[in-house]
Design a protein around this ligand. Sequence first.
Ligand code: ADP
Length: 453
Amino acid sequence: MKLSSKIFLAVYIPTIVIVITIVSILIHSNFIGELQLESDKNVQEFKTVLENIDANISEDATHYSLITYYQNHYAAKGIYFEYYEDGEFVFDSGSETFDNRDLLNVEDDMYNVIVEEHSSNHYMFISYKIGEDVLVYKTDVEILFINHQQEINIAVMLIIILSLVLIVIALAIAKFVTIPLNAMTKEMDKISNKDYNIKLKEGNDEIGVVAKKFNEMSKKIEENEKELLKYIESKQMFIDNLAHEMNTPLTSIKGYAEALEKFDLSEEKKVKYLTYIQSESDRILDMYKKLLFLSYKSNVDFEVEDVSINKVMNIIKDDLKERLDDHKSKLIIDNKCNEFKGDEIMFIMAISNLIKNALNNSDKGTNVYVNTYEKKDKLYIEVVDEGIGISKENISKILEPFYRVDKNRSRKNGGAGLGLSLVLRIMELHKGELKIESEEGKGSKFILIFNKD
Ligand code: ADP
């Protein structure tokens, strides 16, 4: 059943039932009241009759004879009598005799009132005991029933009119309530067609609040969808880049391997080709390791331990010794805050990636600086170089996987644009931050910021 029909029935049925019940009770109690009044009035009249008779009673004038004597006088007023002697009917002043036995069950000094229908007419009978005899007073009360019927007819008419008015009101209420809901349904259809431009009329009532929530929800869905699209796009870009990055070294390896197999090469060339194959394989291996680390979706479980930067730097120095010598560079360390908390291997990975980047992007003979210090509730590790620097535009991009400012330069150094993504990931795992400050032609500063706790 439609909501509008439900609302209509919910308004119409209870209202009409309540109206009919109230009107019925009112008409009925009014009728009972009228009957009571009529009964009181006639009992009073009957008492007057009896007083008159009592006043004239004598040896010769019995109740019975006096009633027969006055019958015409009372008949003119619409009052008739029946007389019963020892339970037997003996006299009736009306045209019709009803011989109602119930009337005879009357106690001394009491008035027994009965209303009955005879020949489509309603009569009121009042019986009173006179010695062993019973005198019955009767009068036509049909007018009360006619009035009552008229009241019922008027009430039915009024209820029919009210019912029609109520139908109109209930329909209007149902429409009024369902209009915003129908509008909402229409707007919802828009969402399934990816149209999020939804502006439902907001308000303070329940429907207004739902509309507000709905507007907010559609905005959220739009944002989420945009985010999802961005995510899908970046994933696709990641896969495209990965395919591209894998293709170059694999093609080289295949080419050199084929050449080694097919051609009769000099020893010198063989060694050269094998060195190429080795370095390309190292590139793939390095990429594989970085990708593996980056691909962990949730937090990598690691034990937080005290990390000594002195120890970390000694390991890195040993690792990069050859590279530093080739580059004729010095690694100058200013360690003012030796104790860090985290994972030692990740510290080595992050700092050595930053130092390798510093060397790759600066001229031979320039130095690289590593400074650690403490400020307020933070601990800092800076890797500073005197290299080519990074433009403002590129600073925001170099953290994306596979992004390189100068592809040739990066490739020559075995990079695939994953180093900084890896550093960023390590900082995320340590709930820290990575900041980059750089000036083109002057150098760059990569700052790792950790919370003390
Ligand atoms: P890559 O393997 O190419 O070094 P990274 O993610 O480590 O990948 O770095 C991304 C790019 O950021 C590099 O290709 C380089 O262009 C730029 N970059 C990184 N570090 C520096 C730096 N110290 N100075 C100038 N450019 C840098």
